[in-house]
Design a protein around this ligand. Structure first.
Ligand code: SF4
Length: 350
């Protein structure tokens, strides 16, 4: 497998059957087998070349858990009557930004379901308010599929980045995870539109989602190779019992960590989070992820009384290291591991 990893480092892409061979070896041997160890060493060297030992912290504000969609794996899908719904007001969002700024966050991530209440007018008001009060901070949105016109309004109001996981690049697989009224083609088109407008974009997918094959993951990697996003968010699938896919097995933290290494070689300057889902199923995996090229963490800045309601999967960590109040502890743990957490927006290097 070393020859494939060398090729990936050199050319930043592999053929589909080569990706499948590499993923097969990593699944069989585990992330700390011979293939994974070689991959980690390469990924770490690339990350250090572009980012040194820096890890960027982003303040995550989950501002609405209403969603008009019904993705079959998601705990806040509209079809889950047990989800306790909430929305934050513009004032509450700004309050959380102020608290985050005091904690040295210089990126705020506004994440929510596709909630029609937050129409263009309300979103532009929120984004403009953040931009005005925090001119030195990056504003990242994660609010789903919209029209080009809407994305342009967000961008003009001052948003810089947009996260939209493509979830799976295989149409058949997409159809097994989503209702018929959702379309993979539209989701992918949104990503290209966002990039064209000027956003730094983040794609991503779940590892080990129901019905997923290694061939599907290879297709995800090929799509990411075509899109060339500035950020990629991947995490293991975690079932939520109040969803149609609630009885399926969770994904592998081990394989997720290895795929981070592949992504670091594909996109050397990518901003790559060690995700909350990874930390939820195995707290040590987030530290391992840093050793495979991850360079971002997203502590939760949402108000304490709503954190448990943004329940996209079960057992999500949010009350300790992952919470903003635990940021000092997180920083000191990172320092022990030899990482720095600079006071910086942590943009994609140009
Ligand atoms: S995954 Fe996103 S779009 Fe789908 S139901 Fe959940 S919040 Fe809504």
């Amino acid at each position: 497998m070393r020859n494939l990893i060398d090729k990936l480092e050199r050319e930043h892409i592999l053929e589909k059957d080569e990706f499948i061979a590499l993923l097969t070896a990593l699944s069989r041997e585990g992330h700390d087998g011979e293939t994974g160890t070689y991959l980690a060493a390469k990924a770490l060297a690339v990350r250090e070349k572009y980012f040194g030992r820096d890890v960027y912290l982003r303040g995550l504000i989950e501002f609405t858990n209403y969603c008009k969609n019904d993705c079959l794996y998601c705990g806040i899908r509209r079809g889950n009557p047990k989800a306790e719904r909430y929305r934050l007001s513009a004032r509450e969002i700004l309050d959380r930004c102020r608290a985050g700024y005091e904690l040295d966050f210089r990126t705020f991530v506004l994440q929510g379901g596709e909630d029609p209440y937050f129409n263009d007018e309300r979103m532009v008001e929120i984004i403009s308010g953040m931009r005005q009060e925090f001119p030195d901070c990056a504003i990242t949105l994660s609010v789903g599929e919209k029209s080009r016109e809407t994305y342009e309004k967000y961008y003009q109001a001052g948003a810089d980045r947009f996260l939209l996981r493509h979830e799976t690049a295989a149409p058949d697989h997409y159809g097994l995870l989503h209702p018929a009224d959702m379309s993979l083609a539209n989701r992918q088109e949104c990503l290209f539109t966002l990039k064209d407008i000027g956003f730094q974009v983040g794609a991503g997918f779940m590892v080990g989602s129901p019905f997923q094959t290694l061939e599907n993951i290879a297709e995800d990697l090929l799509f990411i190779g075509r899109l060339k996003p500035q950020m990629v968010g991947i995490g293991p699938f975690i079932p939520h019992p109040e969803t149609p896919l609630g009885s399926y097995e969770r994904g592998s933290a081990d394989l997720t960590v290895s795929i981070l290494g592949i992504l670091r070689l594909m996109l050397p300057k990518v901003l790559l989070p060690a995700t909350t889902a990874l930390g939820t199923i195995d707290p040590e995996s987030r530290e391992k992820a840093l050793g495979y090229g991850a360079n971002v963490m997203m502590p939760n800045l949402s108000p304490l009384n709503v954190r448990q309601k943004y329940d996209i999967y079960v057992g999500k960590i949010h009350l300790d290291e992952e919470a903003a109040e635990g940021v000092a502890r997180l920083k000191s743990r990172l320092k022990e591991l030899g990482y720095e957490t600079p006071l910086s927006r942590g943009d994609f290097p140009v």
